[in-house]
Ligand binder design. Structure first.
Ligand code: M6R
Length: 606
């Protein structure tokens, strides 16, 4: 999953391409590269790592050319080095690619037999040689058509040609691609966000379409090469400004912003005047939905797991949760009265999008819970519930997680009320508790020094476990995910009651174990499970909520008490110390907190 940009202008493009690539780094930061066309030659510069490295290269600083393409890479085929960095070029053609070419091995064999020489280990390079080969006998459009037909897998492509000083080809199958329109220049980009500083006039390509971007004109074609007309959308021209402010890392800032995330969500969705939830435009009637399937990846999947408990508690709907990459390939029993909810911060996650696409193709009811409202998942869902948490930069999702679970909780309350599963009185009480949540999160955020000290022990350990039951179990999973992705420490989230069925064997003297035991229905049971790990030598960090009742247990290593509220809302508060634990642990190790190794903010390949 990578980011691509293309600019065709009447002025030099390299500096603007570099700036756009910086905005696309959330899609990958293994390498970056640029190719421009000047004096009838393709110039290509690539470097390992961040766009900053590319920018420092003196050749890039003096790079000429009014037409060019750029790329940031998240490695799929081949090591993350400068040879495998995009663009990939022959003498005639240069290509940037996001996606995976599944039949690249076969195509490479065919091309090698025709004398083509390969430089990289990537799947993308076959596209370069295939176009070069097809150009021997075909014109540009036919060579593109023929090349695209030969490719299996997914792609968004940007292509420039040595002999075409006023033409960039863009093509899409699976991976998103947008065209932007400017004064005497036009653009190609992985998304509108990368183009926003240049234009708010956008056309999104649909699957199978390709386009020819000239300086003053753009033409669109379907997969048979037939010209088609497409709409130009006018997006909001406001560019969201976001910097680290006084914080060392975006993640630290995003953790501290969570009271605001929740407040914004509440302001958007709670209709205080009518003591109701401001989701009045659900496009389906009450009896048209009897079950719900929640789909997401990573942290968004944990949000779905969390929501399952709320939907089961507050509504009579049957609830299923699926990991998007599993959902898209399993045998699904599509049911007319099922609502499919897709949860995603970026709205561009390839697996989640593919699951949505599958539902759309089966005429299912689809709803998106997303942060980026201009994203593919938002655009292609029937109904959208934005999470309004503002831009999130840190690869480790924090405020988007709380934003997602807030909206899912609000949806559960609304459906519970609409279906008559929840009494108005109880509903009102829950709304009023919800309004206090930002303040409680603010207070919980003050627990800081203690977590910093605790994080030392985690750093010294070989591995750790995060345990919880009921509402706390998805939070345990999320806490473990945060620790592994930031600190590269093995961490496993587990239902506390399941330990005795196997994982207890992992516990050894001094192993740090986080036990989430808020004072809810599961409290006593979780405390018993905690004793079982303490008895086997675990160093337990107990996270619970403040209560007048003493904690009746011995030998607990450390205890953190979050604020108290109704049981539904405790998961929000329990999340905070876990985010901080992961943050401080990575900080002490000196790791790159906002861009952990091997990851990307938006995962746009399957
Ligand atoms: O943009 P999405 O919410 O669809 O992304 C899904 C996951 O890739 C994402 O939550 C990932 O697990 C985070 N890095 C976790 O912190």
């Amino acid at each position: 999953m990578c980011g691509i940009i293309g600019i065709n202008s009447n002025k030099s493009v390299s500096a603007t391409i570099i700036n756009s690539l910086k905005k696309l780094e959330y899609r990958g930061y293994d390498s970056a590269g640029i190719a421009t066309l000047s004096n009838g030659l393709i110039n290509e510069v690539k470097s390992e790592g961040r766009v900053d490295n590319l920018e420092k290269n003196s050749i890039v600083q003096n790079m000429e050319g009014n037409i060019g393409i750029g790329h940031v890479r998240w490695a799929t085929h081949g090591l993350p080095n400068s040879i495998n960095a995009h663009p990939h070029s022959s003498q005639n053609v240069s290509v940037v690619h996001n996606g995976i070419i599944e039949n690249s091995t076969l195509l490479k064999k065919f091309l090698l037999a025709r004398g083509h020489k390969f430089k990289s280990q990537t799947d993308t390079e076959v596209i370069v040689h295939l176009i070069t080969e097809n150009l021997k006998t075909e014109n540009i459009i036919d060579s593109i058509k023929k090349t695209l037909k030969a490719l299996h897998g997914s792609f968004a492509l940007g292509i420039i040609f040595k002999d075409q000083p006023d033409l960039i080809v863009g093509a899409r199958r699976g991976s998103p691609l947008a065209v932007g329109y400017g004064p005497n220049e036009n653009y190609l980009g992985s998304d509108s966000y990368a183009l926003k500083s240049m234009t708010n006039k956008i056309t999104y390509l649909n699957d199978g379409e390709f386009c020819i971007v000239k300086k003053n004109h753009v033409e669109f074609f379907n997969d048979d090469g037939v010209k088609i007309n497409k709409k130009v959308l006018e997006l909001s021209s406001e560019e969201e400004k976001y910097d680290k402010g006084e914080y060392k890392h975006f993640m630290a800032k995003e953790i501290e912003e969570q009271p605001l995330t929740i407040k914004n969500g509440i302001d958007e969705y709670i209709d205080t005047a009518n003591n109701d939830i401001n989701i009045y435009n659900i496009p389906w009637k009450r009896d048209e939905i009897s079950s719900i399937t929640l789909v997401g990846c990573g942290t968004a999947y944990h949000s779905c797991l969390m929501a399952k408990y709320w939907f089961e508690e507050l509504t009579s709907l049957d609830v299923n949760v699926d990991i998007a990459s599993e959902f898209r390939y399993k045998k699904n029993r599509f049911k007319k009265d099922n609502l499919y909810v897709f949860v995603s911060q970026s709205g561009e996650t390839a697996d989640t999008y593919a699951a949505l696409d599958l539902c759309n193709k089966n005429n299912m009811k689809t709803c998106a819970v997303v942060n980026v409202i201009e994203s593919s998942i938002a655009r292609d869902s029937e109904f959208v519930l934005p999470i309004h948490c503002g831009i999130e930069i840190g690869v480790a999702s924090t405020k988007a997680f709380l934003g997602q679970i807030l909206i899912l909780y609000i949806l559960a309350l609304k459906l519970g009320l609409l279906r008559g599963d929840l009494e108005k009185k109880e509903f009102s009480k829950k709304l009023s508790d919800l309004k206090n949540l930002p303040k409680l999160i603010e207070e919980t955020l003050l627990i800081d020094n203690k977590i910093q000290n605790i994080s030392y022990t985690f750093n010294e350990a070989k591995g750790s476990m995060f345990l919880g039951r009921g509402f706390s179990y998805p939070i345990a999973l999320e806490g473990a995910l945060k620790l592994k992705e930031l600190s590269y420490i093995h961490a496993e989230g587990y239902p506390a009651g399941e330990m005795k069925h196997g994982p207890l064997a992992l516990i050894e003297e001094g192993m740090p174990v986080v036990v989430l035991a808020p004072r809810d229905n599961y409290y006593k049971k979780t405390i018993s499970n905690m004793q079982e790990v303490i008895a086997r030598g675990a160093k337990v960090l107990l996270i619970t909520n403040k209560s007048k009742d003493e904690i009746v247990s011995e030998n607990i290593w450390e205890t953190i008490e979050v604020e108290s509220t109704n049981e539904d809302l405790l998961p929000f508060l329990l999340t905070i110390p876990l985010q901080k634990l992961a943050y401080y642990s990575a900080l002490k190790k000196g790791f790159d907190i906002d861009k952990p190794r091997n990851l990307a903010k938006s995962v746009t390949v399957e």
